[in-house]
Ligand binder design. Structure first.
Ligand SMILES: Nc1nc2c(c(=O)[nH]1)N[C@H]1C(S)=C(S)[C@@H](COP(=O)(O)OP(=O)(O)OC[C@H]3O[C@@H](n4cnc5c(=O)[nH]c(N)nc54)[C@H](O)[C@@H]3O)O[C@H]1N2
Ligand SMILES: Nc1nc2c(c(=O)[nH]1)N[C@H]1C(S)=C(S)[C@@H](COP(=O)(O)OP(=O)(O)OC[C@H]3O[C@@H](n4cnc5c(=O)[nH]c(N)nc54)[C@H](O)[C@@H]3O)O[C@H]1N2
Ligand SMILES: [Mo]
Length: 668
């Protein structure tokens, strides 16, 4: 039996430590690594599901080529020849922008980014820009603080107030839960702000059911009360805050009555929240990505950041906002090329399909790695149409995803158990390796090897001079001074010495003023008057919808909010237990449509429709349909219901800013 310490490669904050065992008779088993500093032996259901996938029938085994409507097995030699021919042909006929490379973070490994190096070496191709995930809030952190930093996770247990704002760690960040419980045990108050009474609300002392998309207004309302009552930390504000006056002028407009109407949160509750945030210290906010998946998402995060700035809750133990880290990227060598050495054409994520459809030069060849855009990008119906028109499409994946199924060439890649890679994410302070415990199944190949071979065939061998192991050594080279090497990481995960326990402890913010910027000249220059202030101009649409609701609930063609958050036992389109879609609604809404748990209902938006099983639950906001994201076995995902539109900052998609209608499905 072989036993190795390894790591989970999935796109998730936790990056669990694995102990992986393999033997002929027992197959591949994954357990949690008890010695892991953060995940301490606990793993979620997706750990073993990944191991099962290695040997499962759904695993892609051989390169496949489209042939008369089906996919036929071909050899790697044929596949490589075909792909290099297509690349050469596209370069000659339309240039490198005629190639689209779509990638995301289906595997967090650093070597997985060699795909980008390959396309950069071609001169730069067409690529997505912005984010499918967290872009609006990310940009907000950069504007306010000059960077995206957070304290070590364990700082949470030092907080006295913890706000889970649009985030449900019990579902999407499991290992945060013990730290929250620890904090609670020693007296911390946990508050959940979410339109859904999520799992994490079970251990919170306070649950606040906000209208979808209205958190920015709520934060401004709380700021209004803090300013009105003079509950600021004046010393902190004088030393570390820029733009208080301008901010205060805006906050003035958010009087509690107006805020109550827009958010559904009564005045007394707003006052209580203002008091909690400003009277008890330290305060930590765990801001999720749900609350920034609205067109005003960036401004929402800025308004939330402002609450911490006003009350001096930054730069101290147990205080601050957890959104993400930028630490590893500053300390590791990158496998991608220097941006000066290539010129790509980029289109924003939310509008990729539209942009590709009218691109000049046109996209002739599309290559997809580490992602499933036909299901996960917004506007899936348009994606399919645009995708069909691209003359040659190639997908690298582990299984036959919906995107792979509609490709001309499908290439089987290795899983996290079949090669070595480095996991260093924007969420976890831990560095760790995935380890090769079994030989690649069938004819699966590691992308580091595939792209090196393709580069050789195209005469680009100078750009790919290393073996995968040498690449890992190269990436880790700057850490030698801390004693972290490939060899030391093979023994197990390591906490990085360069991540301070407390973020911004020196209060030297990386903004032009050196302070937290409640008014930002950069934002003003970049986004103009309309979106550069916390007035949440960007989410006006959502707010107007709220107002309409308050006046005339359930009127109009698409009267209900539709949110599509992350599934508990699945990850986006992966590991879905294909029994179709499931939607969650409040009993009041169910009653209106004569629906009960177990019925089926048609969910309709302006853009599409789908059929889902109904679950009725008191936990759901009464005017909201919750339909977890992902896809079904037939390949369709929730994004057939959603259009591509832009967030105020960061070019990410406001997936949750949608409206729908329900109909009871009577045919069966
Ligand atoms: N099990 C599991 N874990 C995951 C993932 C997964 O698919 N499955 N995905 C991983 C990835 S890529 C990411 S980005 C993270 C995301 O992690 P989270 O940010 O925790 O999760 P999301 O599902 O993106 O959205 C979070 C929450 O936002 C709430 N929400 C929606 N609209 C609003 C609103 O207007 N206001 C407020 N206050 N809340 C709102 C939803 O009800 C949901 O509880 O999770 C990671 N972890
Ligand atoms: N409606 C709605 N849509 C959303 C969201 C939402 O909340 N609501 N969330 C958004 C968010 S936060 C995110 S992060 C995106 C995620 O979007 P995607 O990253 O497209 O999501 P996945 O379905 O996880 O697809 C990842 C694919 O990578 C493959 N893969 C795994 N390992 C490897 C590897 O080593 N090499 C290659 N080539 N492939 C590999 C997996 O098998 C899988 O098919 O979705 C976004 N879409
Ligand atoms: Mo994400």
């Amino acid at each position: 039996m072989t036993v190795l310490r390894s790591a989970c490669p999935l796109n998730c904050p936790d990056s669990c430590g694995f102990v992986v065992e393999y033997s002929e008779d027992k197959g591949l088993q994954v357990r949690g690594d008890k010695e892991h500093p953060l995940t301490k032996g606990i793993v979620c259901s997706k750990a073993q599901a990944q191991a099962q996938r290695v040997f499962s029938a759904e695993r892609l085994r051989f390169p496949l080529l489209r042939d008369r409507g089906g996919l036929r097995r071909i050899s790697w030699a044929e596949a490589n020849t075909l792909l290099t021919d297509k690349i050469k042909e596209t370069l000659e006929e339309v240039g490198s922008w005629g190639i689209l490379h779509h990638y995301d973070y289906g595997h967090n490994g650093k070597l997985r980014e060699l795909d980008r190096r390959f396309f950069q070496a071609l001169g730069g191709v067409t690529e997505p820009r912005g984010s499918m995930c967290w872009g609006a809030g990310y940009r907000a952190q950069e504007i306010d603080f000059g960077g995206v930093l957070a304290g070590d996770w364990t700082q949470v247990s030092q907080a006295r107030v913890i706000i889970l704002w649009g985030r449900d760690p019990a579902v999407t960040n499991l290992h945060m839960v013990p730290l929250l419980l620890e904090a609670k045990k020693v007296g911390a108050k946990i508050v959940v702000i979410n339109p859904v009474r999520v799992k994490s609300a079970d251990f919170a002392q306070d649950y606040v059911q906000v209208h979808p998309g209205s958190d920015g207004v709520l934060a401004m309302g709380i700021a209004h009360i803090i300013l009105r009552e003079g509950w600021l930390d004046w010393d902190f504000v004088r030393r570390s805050v820029h733009g208080l006056e301008a901010f205060a002028l805006r906050a003035k407009e958010y009087n509690p009555e107006r805020v109550a109407m827009l958010t559904g949160i009564p005045v007394e509750k707003q006052e209580e929240l203002a008091q909690t945030i400003s009277r008890t210290r330290p305060v930590t906010i765990l801001a999720g990505y749900g609350l920034q998946r609205y067109s005003g998402g960036g401004n929402t995060l800025r308004a939330i950041d402002a609450l911490l700035a006003l009350t001096g809750n930054l730069g101290q133990p147990g205080a601050g906002i957890h959104y993400g880290y930028q630490y590893h990227s500053r300390h590791l060598n990158k496998v991608t090329m220097d941006p000066q050495d290539y010129q790509s054409r980029t289109f924003p994520h939310p509008f990729l399909a539209e942009e590709i459809s009218k691109a000049d030069p046109p996209v002739r060849l599309a290559v997809v790695t580490r992602s499933n855009p036909l299901v996960q990008q917004p506007n899936s119906l348009l994606w399919r149409e645009v995708w069909r028109k691209i003359p040659f499409k190639v997908t690298f994946d582990i299984t036959l995803t919906e995107t792979a199924r509609h490709s001309d060439l499908v290439l089987p890649v290795t899983t996290a158990f079949e090669d070595e890679d480095l996991i260093a994410t924007s969420w976890s302070p831990i560095l760790q390796l995935t380890r090769k415990i079994v030989e690649p199944r069938y004819e699966a190949r590691s992308e580091a090897v595939i792209f090196t071979e393709l580069a050789q065939r195209l005469g680009l061998e100078e750009v790919f001079p290393y073996t995968p192991e040498q690449w890992l050594e190269y990436v880790l080279a700057p850490l030698a001074e801390y004693g972290i090497t490939l060899e030391s990481l093979r023994k197990g995960p390591l906490r990085t010495p360069y991540i301070p326990e407390v973020a911004w402890q020196d209060l030297q913010f990386k903004t032009p003023s050196g302070k937290i910027e409640l008014a930002s000249e950069i934002a003003l220059a970049e986004y103009g008057d309309a979106v550069a202030d916390p007035l949440l101009e960007g989410s006006r649409d959502a707010l107007n919808m709220n107002l309409e609701f308050t006046k005339t609930p359930s009127q109009g063609e698409y009267p209900w909010y539709l949110i599509t958050p992350h599934p508990h036992h699945a990850l986006h389109s992966q590991f879905q237990e294909a029994e179709g879609f499931r939607l969650y609604i409040h009993p009041q809404l169910a009653e209106k449509y004569y629906l009960s748990t177990g019925d089926r209902a048609l969910v309709e938006t302006e853009h599409g429709q789908l059929l889902a099983w109904v679950s009725v639950s008191e936990d759901i906001h009464p005017q909201t349909v919750v339909l977890p994201e992902g896809g079904t076995e037939e390949g369709w995902g929730v994004n057939q219901l959603l259009a591509g539109k832009a967030s105020d900052f960061g070019e990410s998609t406001p997936y949750y800013e949608a409206r729908c209608q329900l109909r009871k499905w009577l045919v069966d």
